[in-house]
Design a protein. Structure first.
Length: 349
């Protein structure tokens, strides 16, 4: 990741040895993702059950369901529930954040209507998602995933998840677990980064003293956390048709990569790019083009607005309480499909 970042700072568009085309110029990256010419495939990985993309009307129905669920939620309540749950936990930070965010989303995820669904999701987070997120397991435990998907599918069929789109029996459990991933995965990583950023000095090389001052709006703390540590650290899009990006020819079958992490730390776009400085957001007239934690265009995150609001509320809650005690267990961040902090244990040494 560091090598990719260094190359991005030097070269706006390049092809990697593996054949991906990396676009690290903010204006070009936005054009690529907005994709007015329909040159790219925008179905996110988690709407691909068994690696087969869902038909566009099904994706649209799922996105509408997510959107409707979020509009009924109060970001302040979600944040209070999640922060309280993490603060009450001892043990692995990633695990604690995953469970806390799932619990905070218990209403849309249907735990209230089906007691076994909470246990099924808990097992999915512990035995499948946690390993994928931290890199502890390279491949998911397919048997465990299928067993849990079948259990979740039965609960969804019995009406446990209100408003969930009507889907083929064979895939509905898997799609539900992918919806859990959408609700919980990146949000849990963002919460973990926020806890680390507010708590452990070793993650933040330098900080401005104002960063914890009460006059920094919590939204700016949330935005600065998403800038330095974007859980979706790169946006990948398969190319459907040959075309050009700047001087580079891209071909059907290539993969385009927009490296959000590199863009959000690029010295051309951000003064003191590596500095954790929430106050910078007050100096900006608008969100910079190089800020792309949720992607843009078709396939962009439908939870983006909600995420910033609840993360801001979480920053406010965390600043108002004693710091969560953390012991760091690994030297480097976890870089998988999700970018999350080094492993930590919650609790005193
Ligand atoms: C920090 C937290 C989050 C980050 C960084 C994030 C990031 C993203 C990104 C980058 C995508 C595009 C996927 C791709 O490029 O293939 C995406 C899609 C999506 N996100 Fe998020 N997300 C976050 C939180 C959420 C939340 C809270 C929800 C709501 C439950 C959500 C729901 C979705 C959905 C449904 C899509 C698919 C959109 C589509 O099919 O067009 N995300 N997210």
């Amino acid at each position: 990741m560091r090598k990719l970042h260094q190359r991005c700072v030097r070269t706006p568009v390049f092809r990697t040895l593996a054949g991906s085309v990396v676009v690290c110029d903010a204006e070009m990256a936005r054009q690529v993702l907005v994709d007015t010419g329909g040159q790219l495939d925008h179905v996110p990985a988690f709407w691909r059950p068994g690696n087969a993309p869902l038909p566009p009307p099904v994706c649209a129905a799922l996105n509408r369901w997510v959107h409707t669920c979020l509009s009924a939620e109060d970001p302040g309540r979600v944040a209070a529930t999640a922060v309280e749950a993490v603060a009450a936990t001892r043990g692995d930070l990633h695990r604690a954040c995953l469970h806390a965010v799932a619990e905070a989303n218990r209403r849309p995820l249907g735990f209230e209507h089906h007691s076994n669904l909470r246990a099924t999701v808990g097992e999915f987070l512990d035995h499948v998602f946690h390993g994928m997120m931290t890199g502890a397991s390279r491949y998911p435990d397919i048997d465990a995933f299928q067993r849990l998907a079948a259990r979740a599918g039965r609960a969804v069929a019995s009406g446990a998840v209100p408003g969930f789109p009507d889907l083929d029996r064979a895939i509905r459990g898997e799609v539900y677990l992918r919806a859990v991933t959408a609700f919980v995965g990146a949000s849990a990583a963002a919460l973990a980064w926020l806890i680390c950023a507010l708590r452990s000095d070793e993650l933040v090389a330098t900080r401005r003293p104002a960063e914890t001052a009460p006059d920094v709006p919590p939204e700016h703390v949330a935005l600065e956390t998403l800038r330095l540590w974007p859980p979706a650290w790169q946006h990948r899009r398969p190319v459907l048709r040959d075309h050009r990006i700047g001087s580079m020819a891209v071909l059907r079958g290539d993969e385009l990569v927009v490296p959000a992490y590199a863009l959000q730390r690029h010295p051309r776009y951000w003064p003191d790019a590596d500095l954790f400085d929430p106050a910078r957001w007050a100096r900006l007239p608008q969100r910079p083009e190089a800020f792309l934690p949720f992607a843009v265009g078709p396939g962009a995150c439908v939870g983006a607005r909600f995420e910033v609001r609840w993360l801001a509320a979480a920053a406010a809650h965390l600043s108002a309480q004693p710091p969560i005690p953390l012991v760091r267990r690994s030297a480097t961040p976890c870089v998988t499909a999700v970018f999350s902090p080094p492993e930590h244990t919650i609790g005193l040494r």
